[in-house]
Ligand binder design. Structure first.
Ligand SMILES: Cc1cc2nc3c(=O)[nH]c(=O)nc-3n(C[C@H](O)[C@H](O)[C@H](O)COP(=O)(O)OP(=O)(O)OC[C@H]3O[C@@H](n4cnc5c(N)ncnc54)[C@H](O)[C@@H]3O)c2cc1C
Length: 497
């Protein structure tokens, strides 16, 4: 039986592990942290159970597929409920919009903007759905080994049909004129750390996916997904070594031989690396001559997505809010331009998550859990230290802004638990290059064929999976990527050689 070592028990590592085990490989995961999940992490304090990273469940079928692939019923592992409204959007003029994936409810909110705008909104959905079908068939289910697999008439025709050269915001602006509606439909590119004003327009599929497939919640919080995958993998006989950072990927004559953990070599036929691609190239492969094009100079020139500053609040009382809410900056464009220019936004837009609105298991009785995510620049420019002083003053600024949202005026006085993750925390906790919480930025030249692929060309039997590799970041997307990585392993190996 061939042995696969997986570096990292993030979402991609765990889902690849379950698939490989199902296919008959001997699989062992080495994870640096004390528990599984990677960015899908959790913190517990005084009865508050905080999800650390992902919170929005989109494309639920992707979550379920990993369990059904291994022969079990997903409902026995994760319990999902649909969230309605998808989110509540707070604008600076005191108005708010409830966005629902329930069509009649959505229509009544939209029609406040007039029938012409509503018509534009619906036309936008149809347009993006057509492009989504192309993405799903042509790019999400496919990885690339050779140039001709991408540079062929069929694939290039699909690229043209995507019309992705303009930005998400300008693409949406063709359909709706109202500034608030434009913002409601474009901010979601920030979910993958990309500006709606400069990122490729194809990422307008994100709000379309939210609306057409719904947003879901996993009972107990997102971390239950990581625990469920861990449980399934162990049930199948898989081994997970926690608190075991890999120090090096070992190679001999251009072939992988295993990994080095605590100065001890552990041998395997195959290594699948789930640690962040640029970080792993810079830190786990010691010889620059075998890195192919991904030498330190090239990695340094690449673009990295925005990062996150997250405040986790355990509050002494309940608040009237919704599971997902957005607070828009007064000047959204300026806020996002600042991110692109490595400026820490003074009046940022931010996202608020309150699972205790629908799940009593994540907070003590009559108390509220609120997680506040502020998109901030990554640490590549070197100008942000995120030391104690900077962290405290940014936290105070954000809490002052929350207090200005109607209904949250007394939040400061009701804080019982307060935790913070800065880009620096994410960087060292999960080994993310430049603390970029969404990895390599999905610019056109860092997407699809141009993004690092699962099969590493210059070292035999080494494969990669996770956010900085094709197809990209986001839980369902890295799960799709894990499937591609497993398919690449299968092209080269059978289990019984
Ligand atoms: C704040 C935040 C909010 C997000 N919100 C959403 C959301 O709402 N919805 C959504 O779909 N996605 C969201 N995402 C994105 C999503 O969380 C990620 O794309 C996904 O979880 C990444 O999984 P991964 O397997 O690629 O990487 P990781 O989670 O980074 O996993 C890699 C693993 O490798 C381990 N590792 C690293 N180096 C080593 C080493 N040397 N030895 C051993 N182990 C090592 C790490 O500890 C980690 O466990 C969010 C991310 C963040 C940070």
């Amino acid at each position: 039986m061939k042995k696969v070592i997986i570096i990292g028990a993030g979402v991609a590592g765990l889902s690849a592990a379950i698939r490989l085990k199902t296919l008959g490989f001997d699989v062992e995961i080495y994870e640096k942290n004390e528990k599984v999940g990677g960015r899908m992490f959790s913190i517990e304090e005084r009865g508050f159970k905080f999800d650390v990273g992902p919170t929005i469940v989109m494309m639920p079928d992707f979550y379920k597929e990993v369990f059904s692939f291994s022969g079990v019923n997903p409902d026995d592992y994760i319990k999902m409920v649909q969230v309605d409204p998808l989110n509540v959007i707070h604008f600076q003029d005191g108005t708010s919009v409830r966005v629902s994936s329930n069509l009649p409810k959505l229509m009544s909110e939209l029609e406040q903007f007039g029938m012409k705008e509503t018509d534009g909104y619906l036309a936008y959905l149809a347009d993006v759905y057509e492009r989504y079908a192309i993405v799903k068939e042509t790019f999400l289910d496919k990885s690339y080994r050779k140039p001709r697999e991408f540079f062929n008439p069929k694939t290039l025709h699909s690229v043209l049909k995507l019309r992705t050269l303009n930005s998400a915001y300008s693409s949406i602006s063709k359909f709706v004129k109202d500034e608030k509606l434009r913002q409601i439909l474009s901010f979601q590119t920030l979910y993958i750390g990309v500006s709606p004003f400069s990122g490729p327009s194809i990422y307008t599929i994100i709000p379309m996916i939210e609306l057409l497939y719904g947003v879901w919640y996993i009972q107990g919080g997102m971390y239950q997904m990581a625990k469920a995958m861990e449980r399934r993998f162990i049930e199948m006989g898989g081994k997970i070594r926690l608190n075991s950072p890999v120090d090096e990927i070992l190679t001999l004559s251009g072939k992988v031989t295993g990994v080095l953990v605590n100065n001890k070599p552990i041998y395997s036929d195959i290594v699948l690396c789930n640690a962040d691609f640029p970080w792993a190239l810079n830190n786990l492969i010691k010889d620059d001559n075998i890195k192919g094009k991904y030498v330190p100079k090239k990695l340094d020139k690449m673009d990295y997505a925005a990062s996150s500053f997250v405040i986790y609040l355990g509050l002494k009382k309940k608040y009237k809010t919704s599971v997902h809410a957005i607070r828009f900056a007064k000047n959204f464009k300026q806020n996002i331009d600042e991110l692109d220019k490595d400026i820490l936004p003074d009046d940022p837009s931010f996202y608020m998550y309150s699972p205790s609105q629908i799940d009593s298991s994540v907070a003590p009785d009559n108390k509220e859990l609120i997680y506040v995510l502020v998109p901030v620049p990554n640490m590549k420019s070197g100008q942000f230290e995120w030391d104690f002083g900077m962290t405290e003053s940014y936290k105070d600024k954000i809490i002052d802004l929350i207090e200005k949202i109607p209904g949250f005026e007394d939040i400061k006085a009701n804080i019982e638990v307060l935790k913070i993750y800065t880009p620096k925390t994410y960087g060292y906790k999960f080994n993310l290059e430049h603390g970029a919480t969404f990895g390599l930025k999905p610019t056109l030249l860092q997407s699809v064929y141009f993004r690092p692929q699962p099969k590493f060309k210059t070292i035999e039997n080494l494969y990669f999976t996770g956010s900085s590799t094709h197809p990209g970041a986001g839980v369902p997307i890295v799960m799709a990527g894990a499937k591609l990585a497993v398919n690449e392993i299968l092209k080269d190996h059978t289990t019984h050689e």
